[in-house]
Design a protein around this ligand. Structure first.
Ligand SMILES: Nc1ncnc2c1ncn2[C@@H]1O[C@H](COP(=O)(O)OP(=O)(O)O)[C@@H](O)[C@H]1O
Ligand SMILES: [Mg+2]
Length: 345
């Protein structure tokens, strides 16, 4: 029997000119402009090797951000897409358009559908849905570009974020503000640099937990992973900002490893997992997802965001969670393919 063909779909994109505006004061490196533009260098290769070992015939399908590569992909046809797309033509908000195209041409694909990808990306819309379902998420307000009046409802400290970015883009120590002047300044920075409204949230002190989820009927919560922020120097906000997530050679990156949480009771672990599962369902995710949670000091798991199709490299938090029960990378890739094939049948 011929091997089943699987197209590994991902994007490449090189920005032309660095955009001066994109770097906040004091930052020497801006992932929005470079590294984050294409899929991390080796995820597609890891998935390719795993699929080969699993007996499939994988091939790369690369979207280059132009019409030709889209047409080539559509014409070539395939029986299954392993969808690693995170953006299109340098635009991180266009991953759901790619999923929508797959839906239109009727090819089964791994991961969430266009609707869930859209909800996962629009943090404000997602939070409204979470609130509606009684799922805890930090209190917030949105500020549209050009809006001058700010609601008075929330007490400092607050955190200001772009509403439609990902991977800590636009989030650094300057995001956490303690007075009105810095709040307005940071909102202005977000408006000048990113599209859409600024999201202003109550800053939640506490542990940073990632809840990975796999599957559909029913989805399964995997063991929790914590980003250990306990060694962040005093006076510096304990957040997973750009430095912590991407500056691999920095002291702060090395001081904040992902770990399996210690001293978290079984009851609290279950509570975090239950909230994460509720959030996964509320936004209609499928196959796999990662819910970012801040566990406040009073034991409330606040959902910061819900990530459909989280990063799948063997070095990431999602795989750490999967691996905790002794399961291999190949088993994870096989599971995701199985879930997509089950939908196709
Ligand atoms: N309300 C908040 N309270 C405390 N920390 C926060 C809050 N919102 C975000 N953070 C910190 O910023 C990081 C990135 O925020 P997140 O909303 O997950 O954006 P991204 O999509 O860039 O990952 C979080 O992992 C967390 O460390
Ligand atoms: Mg996050």
């Amino acid at each position: 029997m011929p091997k089943k063909r699987v197209s590994i779909l991902y994007e490449i994109w090189w920005p032309e000119e660095p955009d001066e505006k994109a770097s906040p004061p004091g930052m020497i490196f801006d992932p929005k402009l470079g590294e984050k533009r294409d899929a991390p260098p080796d995820v597609h290769e890891e998935v390719f090797s795993a699929l080969t070992r699993l007996g499939f015939a994988p091939q790369f399908s690369i979207l280059e951000g132009d019409k030709q590569s889209l047409l080539r992909f559509v014409r070539r046809g395939t029986s299954l897409v392993f969808n690693l797309t995170e953006s299109y033509a340098g635009d991180d908000t266009k991953d759901f358009h790619v999923a929508a195209l797959l839906e239109l041409i009727g090819v089964p694909f791994t991961g969430s559908d266009a609707r869930a990808l859209h909800l996962g990306q629009d943090k404000i819309l997602a939070k409204k849905l979470l609130v509606h379902q009684g799922i805890p998420t930090p209190a917030f307000f949105a500020v549209e570009p050009g809006q001058r009046r700010l609601p008075r409802a929330l007490a400092f400290p607050l955190i200001v974020k772009p509403s439609r970015e990902d991977g800590s883009i636009g989030i650094d120590t300057g995001s956490v503000v303690r007075d009105e002047g810095s709040l307005r300044k940071r909102i202005r920075f977000v408006h000048e640099t990113f599209e859409g409204p600024a999201l202003v949230e109550q800053f939640v002190e506490g542990r940073e937990l990632y809840a990975a989820i796999v599957g559909n009927d029913p989805p399964e919560a995997l063991p929790l992973v914590e980003l250990d922020l306990s060694r962040v120097p005093p006076g510096v906000p304990r957040i997973a900002g750009t430095e912590v997530k991407w500056w691999t050679s920095s002291a702060i990156y090395r001081a904040t490893p992902p770990v399996y949480p210690k001293g978290l009771s079984r009851a609290l672990t279950r509570k975090v997992q239950a909230v994460a599962l509720a959030a996964y369902r509320a936004l209609g995710l499928r196959d796999y997802g990662r819910v970012d949670v801040r566990l406040s000091n009073d034991g409330t798991p606040y959902v910061l965001e819900v990530n459909p199709n989280p990063w799948l490299s063997s070095g990431c938090e999602f795989f750490m969670a999967w691996q905790k029960k002794g399961r291999s990378y190949d088993a994870l890739i096989a599971r995701l393919v199985e879930l997509a094939l089950a939908r196709a049948r």
